[in-house]
Write a protein that binds this ligand. Sequence first.
Ligand SMILES: O=CC(=O)O
Length: 328
Amino acid sequence: MTSGKLRVVVTRRLPEPVETRLRELFDVDLNLDDAPMSREQLADAMRRADVLVPTVTDRIDQRLLAQAGPDLKLIANYGAGVDHIDVETARQRGILVSNTPGVLTEDTADMTMALILAVPRRLKEGLRLIENDEWAGWSPTGLTGRRITGKRLGILGMGRIGQAVARRARAFGMQIHYHNRRRLHRSIEESLEATWWESLDQMLARMDVISVNCPHTPATYHLLSSRRLKLLKPTAYIVNTSRGEVIDEAALARMLRAGELAGAGLDVFEREPEVNPELKGLDNVILLPHMGSNTIEGRIEMGEKVIINIKTFADGHRPPDLVVPSML
Ligand SMILES: O=CC(=O)O
């Protein structure tokens, strides 16, 4: 670490108040173009920085980490998910990794709920009807959707966001089911009136809506494989606001095209910003550009979290949001 202020390299534009505060506190290099950095630019940033602030669009893998300079001591990710960072290699090299949990829980859960409502109630087709001046007036049989109240919601991954989705879905009268490696504490389960399924396969076969809310890790890659997707009822809907990699996207697209599922609401994809063309053009599929946590309030709070982590580290203490707490 050089003497004086920490040198912080930020890979993308952040909300203005966040950039201003970063400038006040640190010797900061901002990416004023806002284009994702090339591999070369990222490698250069890693060589120069004491602290790197990347986002989900930067793949910080083993090869890149091998090029880190001796000063790089903290990767303070702007975002909750860290599947784009090789955390284990960073740990071996003595580089801390922090993220921004908590502040995007409610916004992401809102977006999840929006999709749980929008797909079964056919909002995409309704919007288009009016935009295209094709609406002939109210009809007893046109654009009939499916009721949400009373239906079974299966939440895959019952962490902060999964639980926030459960609270919302309860208010809409849904029955809450979940699969998680670890069962929730009984009191939380009771307050959510949630049913735990040890077997994901068994849960999938019984749900009306599936919501993916687990992180992407080696253990959850293609957790919803082609085989598991086939366990779903043909009347089931699937919503994903977590990471595209959790679902076998090609298998999902095939099933949606074949009418083997009722519909899907996807905010995340396996190869962003590429979206499998087979998913496009379907009336019962709503596709969003990874905007689950995208509120200005959330974006600023994410920035505040990044700043707190860097500042705490600069003061010689343990950053509060270390991804691997044992790192220090
Ligand atoms: O997807 C966004 C995040 O992980 O924060």
